[in-house]
Design a binder for this molecule. Structure first.
Ligand code: 5GP
Length: 191
């Protein structure tokens, strides 16, 4: 039997995360150039939308939350729900505001089904960190309407670990959850 390789340490993961971030940045710039979009600062664009300095197609707004159409929708009707207060990552987000993001997303999911958007189902998706696919560093919850055969989906094949592995990781996460402090300052990859 081949022993499982040791997982990379935090330093290696931080370097990999930075390299991935740089690669994504270059790709995003190329894509923006190809699509004729201005090269937006991934740290500022949503703050600019909140402040009205950048255009958006708004769908919902209250004191804490704004929702608008994604400029490059995965499916027609794809929405983004964001906090008005900037938070680069989930760790920086006030959990009360996080709860409001979900409430608004839930309401908009219902609205999508009632609207003219084709919507047989909805996916909520949030990328937290470069490795998770985050490209704009202002927390945002995607609300993605789904129709049969629309091509959107998670690509990874599910695994079937033994119960002992699940229990071990569950204990580790339970312990960490007891210690975790949401809304502590941290960088885009939760570091
Ligand atoms: P992420 O990959 O960070 O989860 O998603 C970022 C999302 O923001 C993408 O779906 C992208 O299309 C969207 N986005 C990026 N810039 C803008 C913008 O200026 N306006 C709008 N409405 N959406 C944007």
């Amino acid at each position: 039997m081949v022993a499982a390789p040791n997982p990379p340490g935090p330093a290696v993961r931080a370097v990999v995360s930075r390299v991935l971030g740089a690669v994504r940045m270059v790709r995003r710039r190329r894509r923006n150039r190809r699509l004729g979009l201005p090269d937006m600062d991934p740290y500022a664009i949503f703050a600019d939308i909140v402040a009205g300095r950048a255009p958006s197609s708004k769908v919902y707004e209250d004191d804490d939350v704004l929702a608008f159409m994604d400029i490059r929708p995965m499916t027609p009707g794809h929405l983004l729900v964001i906090p008005k207060v900037p938070a680069r990552s989930l760790a920086e987000l006030d959990p009360v505001i996080g709860g409001k993001l979900f409430q608004v997303a839930q309401r908009l999911a219902a609205a999508l089904r009632e609207s003219e958007v084709r919507c047989d189902g909805v996916n909520l998706f949030l990328a937290d960190g470069v490795t998770a696919g985050q490209e704009v560093f202002h927390v945002h919850l995607h609300v993605i309407p789904r129709t049969p055969g629309d091509g959107f989906g998670l690509r990874n094949r599910a695994t079937t670990p033994p119960r002992a592995d699940l229990d071990y990781l569950a204990a580790s996460i339970r312990g960490a959850a007891g210690r975790a402090q949401p809304n502590a300052a941290s960088g885009p990859d939760g570091k």
